[in-house]
Write a protein that binds this ligand. Structure first.
Ligand code: BTN
Length: 267
């Protein structure tokens, strides 16, 4: 299947904001993040949007793989934005990026702190941000993978969501064309203002708020949104605590206590 990317239109929209910006579409690469990190270490620090129609070794957070079985047929959009950045404070960047993605795509999408986009109770997209040092500043590689079409999920515990459930005619090029400019604008705004002004917008999309959660550091409690730096707030038996980095899962609800009135009855 030939995929029609709107690379020139994206370039025209973004290049006034980021001189020397380029858009590159590759049929195949190991990972767009790995490639931009390789380039950064080799001294290439220009802003670039690198899209891969197929990744052979896509990477997720915490050393996990990022698998997308129907890639190459437009079933998944995989790309990385590489940009030199010098924010006063990096905290909350992944939340700002997630917000740009959900706000440019659909009102029903939610953010699961810190890096995931969810649709109802399933993951739709993931974000992996890495940085390389460039003199006094850093080169940020913001990798995003979005499931466009439903895909084979036999190897996954929970089948992932796909954007076509909300937007049946969505294609990877359409989605990239919608996300690219808002993403660049969000990154530039983050450099100037940080995460704090985005807190209400995050709250409106927060999947975890009010849910009983378990964090990978053992903390359990009720999610209470994020603070001005993007740290997760969890109400625990010891009070409100801040989580800066951890995996968070929603604690399954306890089984309902038996209804005394229905004891012994069969329905
Ligand atoms: C996660 O959910 O753990 C993050 C997934 C990030 C996947 C994207 S796909 C484009 C870019 N290249 C990669 O190898 N990973 C990111």
């Amino acid at each position: 299947m030939t995929v029609q990317w709107q690379a020139e239109a994206i370039w025209e929209a973004v290049s006034p904001l980021w001189p020397a910006f380029s858009v590159e579409i590759l049929p195949e690469i190991d990972s767009t993040n790995t490639e931009l990190m390789r380039r950064a270490r080799a001294g290439q620090h220009d802003p670039v949007l690198l899209v891969a129609e197929r990744q052979t070794a896509g990477r997720g957070r915490l050393g996990r793989d990022w698998k997308s079985d129907v890639q190459g047929e437009g079933g998944t959009l995989t790309f990385s934005l590489g940009v030199p950045l010098a924010p006063a404070d990096w905290s909350g960047l992944s939340l700002a990026v997630g917000l740009a993605v959900v706000e440019s795509l659909h009102p029903d999408l939610r953010l699961k702190w810190p890096n995931d986009v969810w649709l109802q109770q399933r993951k739709l997209a993931g974000i992996l941000i890495e940085t390389a040092s460039v003199g006094d500043t850093r080169y940020a590689v913001i990798g995003i993978g979005i499931n466009i079409a439903p895909r084979d999920a036999t190897d996954l515990r929970t089948p992932p969501a796909a954007l076509q459930e909300l937007w049946p005619e969505a294609t990877a090029p359409d989605v990239l064309a919608r996300v690219a400019l808002p993403l660049v604008q969000a990154v530039q705004q983050f450099v100037v203002q940080g995460f704090a002004p985005l807190r209400p917008a995050f709250h409106a999309r927060d999947l975890l708020y009010g849910q009983e959660v378990v964090c990978s550091d053992g903390t359990t409690g009720t999610a209470r949104g994020v603070d001005a730096s993007g740290a997760l707030l969890v109400h625990t038996d010891q009070g409100l605590i801040k989580i800066n980095s951890a995996e968070v899962s929603v604690r399954p609800a306890p089984p309902p206590s038996p209804d005394p009135g229905s004891r012994g009855r069969t329905v």
